[in-house]
Design a protein around this ligand. Structure first.
Ligand code: HEM
Length: 293
């Protein structure tokens, strides 16, 4: 029986590399799928396939689509949809570097790297703004329910869908904001991570409160900080049994529900966005692509 890719629900690694690939103009999508189905997939790696790669071989996955570009009052959310996504997870940055090279070389004929981001755990789970991330993540059975397609769904069972969205922080803005204001932006106190009722409606945790959506919009977030030189931000990652939960949150953040934009946009900007289908893994430890129709 196939089960989900274990890296999805495993704890965040100390180090990670996220790679997004685009199909080359003359790239052979079927060859990519054939190669993918031979790779060993364990807790140290997670793969996601984009809509374009799947449609290039004349197949579909129910619920998968391209990441939408959104425009809200004073904020833009871009799409940079890629063909294939790979999350390398570990603790030794050198080993991850060599693994990334091997994977890229293996797909070299068909795919080019469209984005590669080195990420790490900061102070046991903080975003670089200093706020703790992941507090309201569902855990154990609730995490499986939120992130993994249920066994009743036939070939799709054990799959997951992931939203991958890179954010670029403006640290000069953050430097100038008093803590009371950044607390209002997030809706939790930096000091003790407590949520506080008086936070404005634009506060991030009020915008995204998962149980306030209809239907409820639970996701499992596995986001990680990144920096390159003196630029940095957050590689936002949300796994879901459907993409609808993330998309409902994002639309509300961008003010598309009620015109109120999430406070986060005061110091950070999304600079990429892709959706992927994360296939289950079969008993041999390989990606199970039988759900492709
Ligand atoms: C730079 C980007 C982001 C940063 C720094 C950030 C940071 C945070 C922080 C500090 C929390 C509070 C602690 C927690 O429960 O995890 C939080 C909660 C949350 N965030 Fe984000 N976030 C970002 C982007 C997003 C995006 C794009 C979404 C979805 C579209 C999202 C969805 C959520 C959800 C669902 C919660 C939990 C809300 C609840 O049920 O209480 N976040 N985020």
């Amino acid at each position: 029986m196939s089960t989900f890719q274990t890296g999805i629900l495993a704890d965040l690694p100390q180090q990670a590399i996220f790679i997004e690939f685009a199909l080359k103009p003359n790239g052979d999508a079927q060859a990519v799928l054939d190669d993918l189905s031979l790779l060993d997939v364990d807790e140290k790696i997670v793969f996601g396939l984009g809509q374009g790669l799947i449609s290039a071989v004349g197949k579909t996955i129910d619920g998968l689509r391209a990441f939408p570009a959104l425009s809200g009052p004073g904020c833009e959310v871009p799409t940079t949809q890629a063909s294939l996504w790979c999350w390398l997870r570990g603790s030794d940055r050198g080993k991850l570097f060599h693994q990334a090279r091997q994977i890229a070389l293996g797909f070299e004929k068909q795919l080019r790297i469209s984005k590669i981001t080195n990420c790490y755990k900061y102070s046991n789970g903080l975003d670089l703004s200093g706020y703790e991330d992941g507090t309201e993540n569902p855990t154990e059975d609730a995490a499986v329910k939120a992130a993994i397609v249920s066994p009743s769904m036939g070939d799709l069972a054990g799959s997951s869908f992931v939203a991958v969205q890179n954010w670029l922080h403006d640290f000069d803005v953050l430097d100038d904001l008093p803590i009371a204001e950044t607390d209002d932006i997030i809706g939790r106190r930096k000091l003790d991570n407590e949520e506080f009722e008086e936070a404005p409606v634009s506060a991030h945790v009020k915008r995204t409160a998962q149980e306030t959506f209809d239907p409820e919009a639970f996701v499992v977030r596995r986001s990680m900080p990144w920096s390159e030189g003196l630029e940095g931000g957050f590689m936002f990652i949300a796994f879901g049994a459907t993409l609808n939960s993330y998309e409902a949150q994002l639309k509300r953040m961008a003010g598309l529900e009620d015109g109120i934009v999430d406070g986060l946009f005061k110091f950070t900007t999304p600079i990429s966005g892709s959706y992927f289908w994360c296939p289950p893994v079969n008993e041999q430890g390989h990606l199970d692509l039988t759900a492709l129709k």
